[in-house]
Design a protein around this ligand. Structure first.
Ligand SMILES: [Zn+2]
Ligand SMILES: [Zn+2]
Length: 171
């Protein structure tokens, strides 16, 4: 999403209202790819404070697909967040500037800004449902779909003491 800001840049006190959908298929997160099920919807405003810097505020929402933390089945997760971002001319940016995003010519690219904010707001724990039984730690069977033949009581004797400890502390 490239936004032309020529109307407001160098024009202190001016602002533009923004309302649009931006289709992003995937967000790369390390080796993982996070699938976006719905376009990113943004409603907000970009304003020019002192004539040099731009200030973006607004609300973003979308839906993404994440693996269930227990059974790894895909779960749809709603992302809703408020943005506050600053932009300045590319020449004013310091290396590794974390406070400002670049204005190149009279344009800013909102895609990387949205992606960064979505990544920062991804919930750590996602369950397909509160009672998800997860995967068997031995064979990987999805225990929501059926039981496996692993027996919990078949256990190396060296770990038997640990098991007793765990059972004691978990109950
Ligand atoms: Zn699950
Ligand atoms: Zn098993």
């Amino acid at each position: 999403m490239i936004l032309n800001v020529s109307k407001i840049i160098n024009n202190p006190g001016s602002s533009m209202e923004l309302s649009f959908d931006e289709k992003i298929d995937f967000i790369e997160c390390g080796k993982e790819k996070i699938k976006l099920i719905e376009p990113v919807r943004f409603v907000g405003e970009i304003s020019c404070g002192d004539g040099k810097e731009l200030y973006l505020t607004g609300k973003l929402n979308t839906r993404i697909e994440l693996p269930c933390s227990r059974c790894l089945q895909p779960v749809e997760v709603t992302i809703e967040l408020s943005l506050k971002e600053y932009f300045t001319k590319k020449g004013n940016l310091k290396a590794d500037d974390e406070e400002f995003h670049p204005i190149e010519g009279n344009e800013i690219d909102l895609g990387p800004v949205f992606i960064k904010d979505i990544l920062l707001n991804i919930p750590m724990k996602n369950l397909c449902n509160a009672h998800c039984k997860g995967l068997c730690p031995k064979c990987g069977q999805d225990l929501n779909k059926g039981t496996c033949n692993c027996k919990e009581d078949v256990i190396d004797e060296r770990f038997a003491v640990l098991k007793t400890l765990f059972n004691g502390s978990n109950s």
